[in-house]
Each structure stands twice: as structure tokens, then as C-alpha cells.
Design a protein around this ligand. Structure first.
Ligand code: 2P0
Length: 348
């Protein structure tokens, strides 16, 4: 019997991934960049067991057993039908690809496996649950089958943003140019210890499941938004180099400006999508106003917001202003706001 456990945290993008050029291979239209949080909070945990005594493959997601080896699933694999169950399909594909990359003489390669995955935060509420989940799954499988090399490309096939959670610290997902997707991989640009004063607050405005999933939302954006092309072709190439530089130089003022501009442009694209997919709500906008007022009062950017495909705010700030900013948030939003994480992102 062999058993492995992996933990992978969520990542919070400062340059957003939005839009694919290849739906099946999950190839993005633009580079993106994120920080992977620490494993203390908001992470996925996966345990995989393999044993000659297991009669069938088993899979539990957040405590619920999911059907794994059944006829429809096998049809789905042979006929490449993605419509049965996207998650299970991705799971089978990932297992297949990991096994293909490992040493085929491993004595337990043909044993059945039991997988147990869970998140310690709301699933599908715009809090990057799929990124942590798939990164964790791939990491655990790679450990089980003793793979040393590249795995971010396999994680990407589960969920695009998952490729960034395979690494800790600051991570850039380069879109790549090859149609095979081989060069669409994540690369760490700096470790978490490079900027040890950096903190992330997640202000949970609403943890219900989101109305429009990211996959559908970004597909509609690619089909209908004119702004999305302008962003990927004319804005991101320069913007990503600038934020890379700001991170390497630990220039918070510049980092914050770019982070907030990119969040705003991403949501402008969502509004430019027809019909629009609106993720932010009035509380989200109130947080935006609060951050700008705070930065104006401080006469430089001390805090940066960024919003994913949901109303919840991710706030980047340095330790020196954490307590003051938190007090203001608690004063202005006394009750419904649930401050989920006061994160030290140390990486995997
Ligand atoms: C990001 N998001 O860069 C952006 C910002 C949401 C907004 O990556 O279709 O769940 O599975 O590749 O990875 C969410 O997209 O989408 C996402 P798929 P995914 O974090």
C-alpha cells in the first residue's frame, strides 16, 4: 500500500487570466500573475491511497463520494464528450497524463486508487477553489507516481488558474504560443520570502455559489467583448512586465496601482460582455471607494484591492498598515463582512 497527502493553497491573481484561445487544452489569451497564499488558510487537501486490495477507483470530494468507474464515464473518455461531468473527466485525464509521465515500471502503477479531496473554504464562490483543488490533486498524484519534472501543464488541464497554485510565492503563467500547449506553463518569479511584509486579506462579501462560472463567463467575453482583445494584445504584454519589476523591486505603490487597474479592467470586460456578467456588488464597490480614500489620505498607495469572478475583495497590503486598515474595515462594515484570512503567504 502507498499513501500520499498534499496541501495546496489558493492563488490570488494581480494580473487576471480571462479568456481562452483553446477551450480543450485550456490555453489562455494572455499571461497572468498571482501570489499563492500560505497553507494556513484557504487551501485544498488531497489524500491518495493505492493498494492491491482496492477493487475499484474511488473518489470523495468534500466528503461526498463521486461516481468514478462507470459506463458513462468510460464513454465520455472514449468519445471525448465533455458534457457528462467536467470535474470527473478532468480527473481521469489528469491521472492518465501523470501516469504517462512516470516510470512505467513502478510496481503499483496498475493498482486502483482512492482519492479524498476537500477544501476548507466555500467552493465556487469566486475564491479560487478549483485552482487549489486541481493543483493539489496533480501535486499528490505526482508524488504518488514519483514525478520530478513539469506538472503545471497538467494542472492547467483541470482549471487554468490551477497551474499557478502548483508553486508558492509569486507565479507567472505564460500563455505560450504553441498550439500544443507545451509552453503554456507556470513559473515562479519570486518566493514568498522575497516580500515578507506582504499580507492578503480576503473580505468575504458573499460566499454563495457564483451566478456565472468563470469558464462560461470568459467564453462569453471572448465571443462578445471588444475590450478583451485590446487588453490581451495592447495592455497585458507591457503591464505584466511592469508588475514583475514592481514585485522584484518591492515597490508597493506601483504594484498596487497595476493590481487595481487590472482588476478594474477585468470587470470592465465583464460589463462589456453581452449580456454582461456582473460579479461585483454594491459592497464590493464600497470597498473600492474605501481603498482609494485610504490611499489618498496616506498620499501613496498603501492598500490594493482585486476582485475575481465574485463580489469578494482580496486586499493586498503590507504588515505596517494591516491593523489600521482592518480597524477601518471593521468600523465601516460592522457585521456582515466576514474577514476570512489574514494571510501570510509562505507558499506550498
Ligand atoms: C484568475 N480567474 O486569474 C482569474 C480572475 C477568475 C477571475 O482564473 O475555465 O476557474 O477552469 O480555466 O481557472 C478563474 O478561472 O477557469 C480565474 P477555467 P478558472 O485567477
Amino acid at each position: 500500500m502507498k499513501i500520499v497527502t498534499a496541501v495546496a493553497p489558493v492563488n490570488i491573481a494581480v494580473i487576471k487570466y480571462w479568456g481562452k484561445r483553446d477551450e480543450k487544452l485550456i490555453l489562455p489569451i494572455n499571461d497572468s500573475l498571482s501570489a499563492t497564499l500560505s497553507t494556513d488558510v484557504m487551501c485544498a487537501k488531497t489524500t491518495i491511497l493505492t493498494s492491491p486490495d482496492l477493487k475499484e477507483n474511488k473518489f470523495w470530494l468534500n466528503g461526498k463520494e463521486q461516481s468514478f468507474d462507470n459506463v458513462r464515464l468510460k464513454n465520455c473518455l472514449t468519445e471525448s464528450k465533455l458534457n457528462y461531468n467536467k470535474y470527473i473527466f478532468a480527473l481521469i485525464l489528469i491521472i492518465f497524463l501523470v501516469k504517462k509521465r512516470c516510470n512505467s515500471t513502478l510496481p503499483y502503477i496498475n493498482w486502483k486508487i482512492a482519492i479524498c479531496s476537500e477544501n476548507n473554504f466555500p467552493t465556487a464562490a469566486g475564491l479560487a477553489s478549483s485552482a487549489a483543488g486541481y493543483a493539489c490533486l496533480v501535486y499528490a498524484l505526482a508524488a504518488l507516481y514519483e514525478i520530478d519534472g513539469e506538472i503545471s501543464d497538467i494542472a492547467r488541464l483541470g482549471s487554468g488558474s490551477a497551474c499557478r497554485s502548483v508553486y508558492g510565492g509569486w507565479v507567472r503563467w505564460q500563455k505560450g504560443i504553441l498550439s500544443s500547449g507545451e509552453d503554456s506553463i507556470a513559473r515562479p518569479i519570486a518566493s514568498a520570502s522575497h516580500w515578507p511584509e506582504m499580507r492578503v486579506l480576503v473580505l468575504v462579501v458573499n460566499d454563495n455559489q457564483k451566478k456565472y462560472g468563470s469558464t462560461i463567463g470568459m467564453n462569453h467575453s471572448v465571443e462578445t467583448s471588444t475590450l478583451i482583445r485590446y487588453r490581451s494584445e495592447s495592455v497585458i504584454p507591457q503591464r505584466i512586465e511592469e508588475i514583475n519589476k514592481a514585485i522584484l523591486e518591492r515597490n508597493f505603490h506601483k504594484f498596487a496601482e497595476i493590481t487595481m487597474k487590472d482588476s478594474n479592467q477585468f470587470h470592465a470586460i465583464c460589463l462589456d460582455t453581452y449580456p454582461p456578467c456582473i460579479y461585483m456588488n454594491d459592497v464590493s464597490h464600497a470597498i473600492v471607494n474605501l481603498v482609494h480614500h485610504y490611499n489618498t489620505y496616506k498620499e501613496e498607495n498603501k492598500v490594493a484591492y482585486t476582485f475575481d469572478a465574485g463580489p469578494n475583495a482580496c486586499i493586498y497590503l503590507l504588515e505596517s498598515v494591516l491593523q489600521e486598515f482592518l480597524s477601518i474595515v471593521n468600523y465601516i462594515f460592522p457585521k456582515p463582512m466576514d474577514i476570512k484570512a489574514n494571510d501570510y503567504f509562505k507558499g506550498l
